[in-house]
Design a protein around this ligand. Structure first.
Ligand SMILES: NC(=O)c1ccc[n+]([C@@H]2O[C@H](COP(=O)([O-])OP(=O)(O)OC[C@H]3O[C@@H](n4cnc5c(N)ncnc54)[C@H](O)[C@@H]3O)[C@@H](O)[C@H]2O)c1
Length: 313
């Protein structure tokens, strides 16, 4: 069996590639802009085992050629236009995440792909749930074009399953953290909280009144591999939670590792929720392993190691 990972040299895609390789699968990473900035630090030496193909998944012929040439049996469809691109160019976002996603479903249907697992988002639920965990079957309340297109994806996937039996599973990742993270709002927060503090620089950390759901890239990769391998599922999409923990506790923990850290925790909220992963655990066997503390320690120590500084914790 050979696994195609679209966006396979991006952030989450690299963690998916790592999990699939560790499970003994052959992997083809298909990416519009193939690079090694995420793949190498995440996958390490085994990155050489990955076949890398340059292509645009919105061009169906490129995906079909790749599926035929490499005898692809399973797809992890991780590539998409991200939040910033969707905000900047909604019409382009519809082309990529709407029409392009439908074209991936057509590839699965016509090429008898055994299963496609794709990156939906916890953002489909929007809203503020307070301390209540968002259940797997909560109503959708997308707050922007990015989340609205993930809802369209879930709707299309359910329709293809109902009409053609195409086996497609969406994973609603929460706030994914790890090496290779893009420089979006979340990436900037981690850079302040972990990278600047690791180097003894003053840090301005946002969202002091919020509690992110810290999902380690390795756990996101593992959830994706489990979903690709699971027996047929009842649900068509799953919450993929991490460790729900307040920013105040994250800052306290960093200060416990680096007592001289100069951190200003700014007031404000990003709008994170807590997610119920019980259905995910029951149907695909996923449970997060990495706590917020393990994630922050790993990020800090990676930076310190790169700069020849002693490790902490
Ligand atoms: N990062 C998060 O916290 C998070 C949370 C929930 C969902 N997601 C979803 O996970 C997926 C991956 O996000 P990421 O954070 O790894 O982003 P990323 O930008 O690091 O990775 C996306 C990759 O897809 C590639 N790509 C983009 N358009 C393409 C196209 N048309 N054809 C082929 N490749 C293309 C990019 O070159 C990039 O390597 C996205 O679908 C995103 O919506 C991310």
């Amino acid at each position: 069996m050979t696994y195609l990972v679209t966006g396979g040299t991006g952030f989450i895609g690299s963690w998916v590639v790592k999990s699939l390789l560790e499970r003994g699968h052959k992997v083809v990473a298909f990416d519009l802009v193939p690079g090694r900035h995420a793949l190498d630090p995440v996958v390490g030496e085994r990155a050489d085992e990955v076949t890398i193909v340059q292509g645009d998944f919105t061009q169906m012929h490129r995906v079909l050629e790749t599926v035929r040439e490499h005898k692809i049996t399973h797809i992890a469809h991780i590539a998409a236009a991200g939040l910033n691109l969707c905000n900047a160019n909604p019409a382009h976002a519809v082309h990529v995440n709407g029409v392009g996603f439908a074209s991936m479903l057509e590839v699965c249907r016509t090429m008898d792909i055994e299963r496609m697992v794709w990156a939906s988002s916890a953002g489909v639920f929007g809203g503020s749930w307070g301390s209540k965990a968002v259940p797997n079957d909560a109503p959708f309340q997308p707050r922007n074009v990015y989340a609205g297109l993930k809802v369209l994806g879930e709707t299309l996937a359910a329709q293809y399953h109902a009409t053609y039996g195409t086996d497609v599973i969406g994973l609603r990742y929460t706030f994914v953290n790890g090496h290779g993270m893009p420089n979006h709002q979340g990436g900037q927060m981690i850079r302040e909280l972990c990278e600047k503090t690791a180097l003894g620089q003053p840090a301005q950390v946002p969202w002091g009144e919020d509690s992110p759901d810290w999902l380690w890239g390795g756990d996101a990769g593992e959830a994706t591999a489990l979903a690709l391998e699971a027996a047929p599922t009842k649900s068509r999409a799953f919450n993929v939670p991490g460790d729900h923990a307040p920013m105040t506790r994250a800052v306290e923990y960093v200060k416990s590792l680096l007592p001289d850290a100069d951190i200003t925790l700014k007031a404000g909220k990003m709008g994170f929720n807590r997610f119920d992963g019980s259905v995910t655990e029951k149907e695909i066997g996923y449970k997060p392993k990495w706590t917020m503390e393990m994630q922050l320690r790993e990020r800090i120590n990676r930076v310190r190691q790169e700069h020849g500084l002693p490790l902490v914790g």
